[in-house]
Design a protein. Sequence first.
Length: 175
Amino acid sequence: MRKVLILFLVVCVCFLFLTAQRRRRKKIDIKPPLTKEEIGGERLWRRFTEEENYEKYPFWPGHEGIQQGQSPHGDLHTVYIHPILFDALPIKDKVVPDGGMIVKCNMNAEKEIVAFTVMAKVEGYNPEANDWFWAKMSKDGEVEAEGKIKGCIECHSILKENDYVILYQLDKNPK
């Protein structure tokens, strides 16, 4: 009886979490993916802060809230993913769809955002690195690096077969 009760509680918690994630996503007016002609650091900043508000994106499933970070992303971080990517998970062919985006809020030990690092999938932008556009911005949106950033590509290329995504295997079901 006790096991049945525990199982019931676990199922309820999972259901509530998934329902909250869906409700959170419904409030976003999803825009069409940025094109290779319009992508740039400032344009990307406007997309995920003003036009869609990244704080309404779901967290990376299983990586909710503030997590331990590592260099060069800061002591702590939160990872939000664009609904295009969230809705595609799991991805059997391990290729993030056009418009997929990962927004990492890099924080210091005091849990203050110090920068944003973003990966945005832009069809035709950079076929050599699976069409990812990379950007680092200050907490106020000043673009510090953008485009085909060598350091980002080199670090993330350790998981090239996972479309350069380090956090989680794309073909696994995190939901």
